[in-house]
Design a binder for this molecule. Structure first.
Ligand code: GAL
Length: 674
């Protein structure tokens, strides 16, 4: 449990560096990330490197007792490089070239640029790979930020065709998968295939899904090229990358397979402002951040790397932690006093090894001059510095943490499900991630810890496995769930589960290979306008447990087979009386299917009942309060503006008062882990 900061020595006079390093150390920071945008300072002319300043910066940080995360600067290729190969510039999906003058001005598929980025990474690793102060590497910065993962233009097109040829082998196989008999879309060769952008109306779903896969894989290939240069030159130093909140264009699980540690950038207020949550929620949490949005992203990234055998998870960090106002959201409020400290502790309690603030000192010029740092523009401390210092003191005073813990519930996330729903939302209210966040929030409000994991992860340790929307279903998914059921799990399938095959052709009938598990097929599908809701009628054994039960946006009308119980039916609209929630006993466990997108309270009633049956330590928490225990020691967090009384006695803990925007570490018996 350590703290760090992102630092840009190249922005400031060298005379200030030694004092900066000493101050960082004095407030309890141990890690400093440098270099990730510094290409034109490191190689001002082609082939003429200027390492001197970075040598002195790294030496100075090391001498102050700090460890360095060295970033490769491929997010910011210099002007001379762009002028040498202008076709490296990304072309937006609208067909316009996205030019030089900010950052991320390259196409991931451009072979020449991949080579250049790899050359620069190799040169840096050659020089600093074995430096005592260099403890880790970050390759590039926020892949795909500013909508740069999915591009158009000749570079992307040629790469897409090559990718398709290697995926399908023959054009007939592609025609089959994309259903090109429809609308006369048949191709005679891979050379005829276009990017699924700019067609008169929507392009074929199969083509769009492949484009999403291709774009994500291009990022991973770009990453691998640099990592391959760094690894042999910098033995023992983990290689990481910093992901983004609620980002869909890159499959974090696929990138995770390439990384030694994963990190993400946590901007609780910016994220809330940009989220699709209702205005009243944004107002309520405008200065503290939403208790579940940040936590969900922690859990997504913590789950992105497969754990070593026997361990609950692999290292994850917050590489950039919001320290004050940001500059990029529609409005940029100042955090409440205490919020930075709260976020720091929250990250640690979700398993973060390091929390690193962005940035040390507010930039006086250029694009981010209105973004806060730990220091203000004039080098005086901003409030975040004091809160970071206080967090560092708290963490240093913590007893050695008990062993890290697995979550109680596995929440399945497959990026292809997000892509499929992006391509075919079918309901104005179907916003990617939202159903995940609602299910997650319901579990978190019951004091349950959640592991967000890909479906191929070992699910057998979990008593409760929830797939909020396993839209794309294949035999591998069914087999993974079957193993969990054999081990006694309760498996919950949410709306749209089993809708599609991997090629985005619908299962006939849905839910395809999941039908054997759910014991119910999907007969018809209803979607509702935003703001329209519906009621469900519960049946035994959920009578009196589930009601009042409501849903919105999506309704799969379920047709149960013999042996499948109906737990709730739709109570209104054109399909009153049809099955909405079913339960099928399976092996040692059961499969509960909700064809309806339940509202938060109904999810909580359903999942809470199942969790209690499974022996998990369910405890309804006060609004605004969350309990997290991935790091071993349980942490209560209060995101509200009033002191919260939290009674942990039902799960064997104490009665605790948590002041507003504050935290309390507590002790709970191991049995409270279920
Ligand atoms: C991140 C980015 C940083 C900085 C920061 C500002 O997305 O990685 O370089 O721009 O946002 O909040």
């Amino acid at each position: 449990m350590q703290l760090g900061v992102c630092y840009y020595p190249e922005h400031w006079p060298e005379t200030t560096w030694a004092e900066d390093a000493a101050r960082m150390r004095a407030i309890g920071l141990t890690w400093v990330r440098v270099g990730e945008f510094a290409w034109s300072e490191l190689e001002p002319e082609p082939g003429r490197y200027d390492w001197g300043w970075l040598d002195r910066a790294i030496d100075g940080l090391g001498a102050a007792g700090l460890r360095v995360v060295l970033g490769t600067p491929s997010a910011t290729p210099p002007k001379w490089l762009v002028d040498r190969m202008p076709d490296m510039l990304p072309i937006g999906r609208d067909g316009r070239v996205r030019g030089f003058g900010s950052r991320r001005h390259y196409d991931f598929s451009h072979e020449g640029y991949r080579d250049e980025a790899a050359r620069m990474a190799a040169a840096m690793a050659e020089r600093y790979g074995r430096h005592d102060a260099v403890g880790a590497w970050q390759v590039d910065n926020e892949y795909g930020c500013h909508d740069t993962a999915r591009t158009a233009g000749p570079v992307a097109l040629a790469a897409f065709r090559r990718w398709l040829a290697s995926r399908y082998g023959t054009i007939d196989a592609l025609n089959e998968a994309w259903w090109t008999r429809f609308w006369s879309m048949r191709y005679r060769s891979f050379e005829e295939v276009e990017l699924p952008l700019g067609a008169v109306t929507e392009a074929a779903p199969g083509a769009r899904l492949d484009y999403a896969r291709f774009a994500s894989e291009a990022v991973v290939a770009f990453h691998r090229r640099q990592a391959d240069e760094i690894r042999p030159r910098s033995p023992g130093r983990p290689i990481t990358h910093n992901g983004m909140l609620f980002f869909t264009d890159l499959d974090a699980h696929a990138l995770g397979r390439e990384l030694d540690a994963i990190t993400w950038d946590s901007y609780p207020l910016g994220m809330l402002e940009e989220s699709p949550l209702p205005d009243e929620v944004k107002r309520r949490y405008a200065r503290t951040g939403h208790p579940d949005l940040v936590a969900f992203n922690h859990d997504v990234y913590r789950g992105a790397l497969a754990p070593e055998p026997g361990a609950p998870y692999r290292p994850f960090w917050v590489m950039e932690q919001q320290p004050g106002q940001v500059n990029w959201a529609p409005t940029n409020p100042l955090p409440a006093p205490g919020a930075v400290r709260l976020w720091t502790h929250q990250a640690i309690a979700h398993g973060a090894e390091v929390v690193s603030y962005f940035r040390w000192r507010a930039a006086q010029g250029a694009q981010e001059h209105l973004h806060a740092g730990l220091l203000r523009h004039d080098r005086t401390p901003d409030r975040a510095l004091l809160e970071a210092e206080s967090a560092a003191r708290d963490l240093a005073a913590q007893p050695e943490p008990p062993a890290r813990r697995r979550g109680h519930v596995a929440l399945l996330l497959d990026y292809e499900d997000l892509w499929a729903a992006q391509i075919q939302p079918h309901a104005a209210g179907w916003r990617e991630w939202l159903v995940w966040v609602e299910v997650y929030g319901a579990l978190r409000a019951l004091a349950l810890d959640v592991d967000v994991v890909p479906p191929d992860r070992d699910l057998t340790p979990y008593a409760l496995v929830v797939a909020p929307s396993a839209t794309i279903a294949d035999d591998a998914l069914a087999a993974s769930l079957r193993r969990a059921l054999d081990a006694g799990a309760r498996v919950v399938l949410g709306p749209r589960s089993g809708a599609y095959r991997r090629d985005m052709v619908v299962h006939a009938p849905a839910p395809g290979p999941l039908a054997e598990l759910s014991g119910a097929r999907v007969g018809r599908v209803d979607t509702m306008r935003p703001g329209t809701t519906g009621a469900l009628s519960a049946r035994e054994p959920m009578l009196g447990v589930l009601e009042p039960a409501g849903y919105h946006t999506w309704a799969d009308l379920l047709e149960p087979e013999a042996g499948t119980e109906v737990w709730a039916t739709y109570a209104e609209h054109a399909y009153a009386g049809e099955a909405a929630i079913t339960m099928r006993p399976q092996s040692a466990g059961m499969v509960v299917t909700s064809g309806a997108w339940l509202d938060g309270a109904t999810w909580a009633r359903l999942l809470g009942t199942l969790a209690l049956q499974a022996g998990l330590p369910v405890l309804p928490l006060p609004d605004d309060v969350r309990l997290s225990r991935h790091a071993g020691r349980p942490l209560l967090q209060n995101f509200g503006s009033e002191t919260a009384q939290v009674d942990l006695r039902p799960i064997g803990g104490p009665l605790v008062e948590v002041p507003p925007v504050d935290v309390a570490w507590v002790d709970l018996p191991e049995t409270a882990d279920g």
